[in-house]
Write a protein that binds this ligand. Structure first.
Ligand SMILES: Nc1nc2c(ncn2[C@@H]2O[C@H](COP(=O)(O)OP(=O)(O)OP(=O)(O)O)[C@@H](O)[C@H]2O)c(=O)[nH]1
Ligand SMILES: [Mg+2]
Length: 456
C-alpha cells in the first residue's frame, strides 16, 4: 500500500514523543528532523517537505504545545492538519460547495447541461481504464455517459475502450478515418441526440511531452471546452511525474489529477507533492485494475491513513455500495439472536468477497501498519466455502450435530483434510462466542476483521 513506510516511520516518531510527556524545543526539533527524513524517503518533493516541516515546527514550538497536557497528541494534531492542507483540504471543500448540488459527485464540476470530461496523460498512465471507471462511477450516480475513443494511434486502443464500455454497460463512440478533433465534434452531437449528459474523452498517450500530440490535445480542448481536464498520473513513476504534470498544466491548464496505481508499491510522495507544485487538486485515485477501483480523493481520509488512523469512512462507503442491505440485516439479526449458523457463514463470505481482496479491507483499518505481516489469503474463503458446501443443509443449520463420522465425509466431499474441517468448526464456534461478546457490547468491528483473517 502506498504510504506504508511513511506511516510506520511517523508512528515511531509519535511514540517517542509520547513517552516523553513534556516536550522541550529540542524534542520537537529532533522529531521534525525524523519527520523530514520520513517524507523525503516517501519520495515527497524536497521543497514541499521543507515547507511542510517548517510550518509544523513553527506551530509546534509555539507555547501551546509546551503547555498542553499531552504534547505528543498536539504534535499529531498539527501534523494531521498540515497534511490535510498539503493534500488539498480547503480546495476540495470549496469544490464540494460548488458542485455538491449536482450529479452526486463532489469532485467534478458538472452542470445540468452536457459535461465534457477530457482525460490526458503519458502512455500507460491509465487513461483508458480510468475513463471507463469514471464512466461507471458517474453512471451509478444517475448520469447517462458516453465514452469517446479519441486514441486513433495505438492499435487496439479503440477495441480496449469498446470492451470496457461493454463491461460496464456504457456506450462507446468511435469512428474510423477521422481525426481526434472530428471524432470529438461528432461525439458531442451524438451525445446531444442521444440524451447523454456526460461525455468522457479518452485521448492518446505519449511517451514524453511531444509537441504534435500536445497540439492535438489543445485542439480538442478548444473545440470541446471541457468542464474537466483530468491529468492521469501513474503513482509508481515518482517525482518525475511532478515535472510531467507541470508541462501538461502549463499547456492545457488542467482542472485536476487522477492518481492511478495507488494500490501498488508506490511510496505515495506524488500525492503529497502535486497540489503544492502545480496548484491543482487530486480528484480521484485508481486503486486497482477492476472497474470499481476508483475512489474520490478525500484529503482528510488520506491524511488519516498516512497517520495510521485508518480510513473507516471509505471502508463504510465501499460496504454500502457493494452489500445488499437486506442480506446484511438478515445476518446481523441472526447475530443478535445468536442463531448464527453455517448458512449465514456462507452468506457472510459472499458479502465479504464483494468488498474486494481482504488485504485491501484491512489496509483501511486503524493500526493497519501493525497488520502488514498478517498473512491474508483470499483463497481461504473459497476453501472454507467448499467445506460448507459439502455439509448437508441440516448440518449447516445445526452445526452441533457434526460428529466425527460426518467430519470425514465432509472432508472427502470437499477435497480437504479432516483437520481443515475441524479448524473451520473451531473458528465458527469462536466466532459465535465473539459475537455473543459483541452483542453484549465488548469488542468491535476490528475484532471481527481480525477473526476473519485467521481463516487459513
Ligand atoms: N494496479 C493498477 N493498474 C491499473 C490502474 N489503472 C490502470 N491500470 C493498468 O495499467 C495499464 C495501462 O492502463 P491503460 O488504461 O491502458 O493506460 P492508458 O493511459 O490508456 O495507456 P495508453 O492508451 O497506451 O497511453 C493496464 O494494464 C491497466 O489495467 C490502477 O489504478 N491500478
Ligand atoms: Mg489508452
Amino acid at each position: 500500500m502506498a504510504f506504508e513506510n511513511l506511516t510506520e516511520k511517523l508512528s515511531s516518531v509519535f511514540k517517542k514523543l509520547g513517552i516523553k510527556g513534556k516536550l522541550s524545543e529540542n524534542d520537537v526539533k529532533s522529531a521534525m528532523r525524523e519527520i523530514r527524513i520520513a517524507f523525503l524517503e516517501a519520495d515527497v518533493n524536497y521543497s514541499v517537505v521543507k515547507k511542510f516541516t517548517e510550518k509544523i515546527s513553527e506551530r509546534a514550538i509555539g507555547t501551546d504545545i509546551m503547555k498542553s497536557l499531552n504534547p505528543a497528541q498536539m504534535v499529531v494534531k498539527i501534523v494531521n492538519e498540515e497534511l490535510i492542507a498539503l493534500l488539498g483540504g480547503s480546495q476540495q471543500t470549496d469544490n464540494e460547495k460548488i458542485t455538491a448540488k449536482f450529479s452526486g459527485s463532489n469532485f467534478l464540476k458538472l452542470s445540468s447541461d452536457i459535461n465534457i470530461i477530457m482525460l490526458c496523460g503519458l502512455q500507460g498512465a491509465g487513461k483508458t481504464t480510468q475513463a471507463a471507471k469514471l464512466g461507471l462511477y458517474l453512471k451509478n450516480k444517475s448520469n447517462t455517459v458516453l465514452l469517446v475513443a479519441c486514441d486513433i494511434y495505438r492499435p487496439a486502443a479503440v477495441e480496449q475502450l469498446k470492451i470496457l464500455g461493454n463491461n460496464i454497460g456504457v456506450k462507446v463512440f468511435y469512428e474510423e478515418n477521422a481525426t481526434p478533433v472530428e471524432i470529438t465534434r461528432n461525439a458531442i452531437s451524438f451525445a446531444k441526440d442521444n440524451g447523454c449528459n456526460i461525455v468522457i474523452l479518452d485521448t492518446a498517450g505519449r511517451l514524453h511531452i511531444d509537441e504534435a500530440l500536445m497540439q492535438e490535445l489543445e485542439n480538442i480542448k478548444n473545440l470541446a471546452n471541457p468542464s474537466e481536464i483530468l491529468l492521469t498520473i501513474d503513482a509508481m513513476v515518482g517525482q518525475d511525474s511532478v515535472n510531467i504534470a507541470q508541462a501538461f498544466n502549463n499547456r492545457l491548464s488542467i482542472t485536476g489529477v487522477v492518481l492511478t496505481k495507488f494500490d501498488g508499491d508506490a511510496r505515495g510522495g506524488v500525492a503529497l507533492s502535486v497540489l503544492y507544485t502545480i496548484g491543482k487538486p487530486i480528484k480521484f485515485v485508481g486503486t486497482g485494475e477492476k472497474m470499481g477501483d476508483l475512489e474520490p480523493f478525500y484529503p482528510d481520509r488520506i491524511a488519516s491513513r498516512i497517520l495510521g488512523m485508518g480510513d473507516v469512512l471509505s471502508l463504510i462507503e465501499t460496504a454500502q455500495a457493494n452489500i445488499n442491505e437486506k442480506d446484511a440485516e438478515k445476518v446481523a439479526k441472526k447475530f443478535m439472536e445468536n442463531k448464527f449458523d453455517f448458512e449465514d457463514f456462507l452468506n457472510l463470505f459472499t458479502q465479504i468477497k464483494k468488498l474486494g481482496p481482504m488485504k485491501k479491507i484491512l489496509e483501511k483499518m486503524p493500526g493497519a501498519s501493525n497488520l502488514k505481516n498478517l498473512n491474508v489469503d483470499d483463497k481461504m474463503l473459497d476453501k472454507n466455502e467448499a467445506i460448507i458446501f459439502s455439509m448437508t443443509p441440516k448440518e449447516r443449520r445445526n452445526p452441533e450435530i457434526i460428529s466425527r463420522d460426518r467430519i470425514s465425509r465432509i472432508a472427502n466431499g470437499s477435497g480437504r483434510k479432516a483437520q481443515d474441517v475441524n479448524d473451520l468448526i473451531k473458528r465458527f464456534n469462536e466466532m459465535r462466542k465473539l459475537m455473543k461478546q459483541f452483542r453484549n457490547g465488548k469488542g468491535g468491528i476490528f475484532e471481527k476483521m481480525k477473526m476473519f483473517s485467521k481463516f487459513k
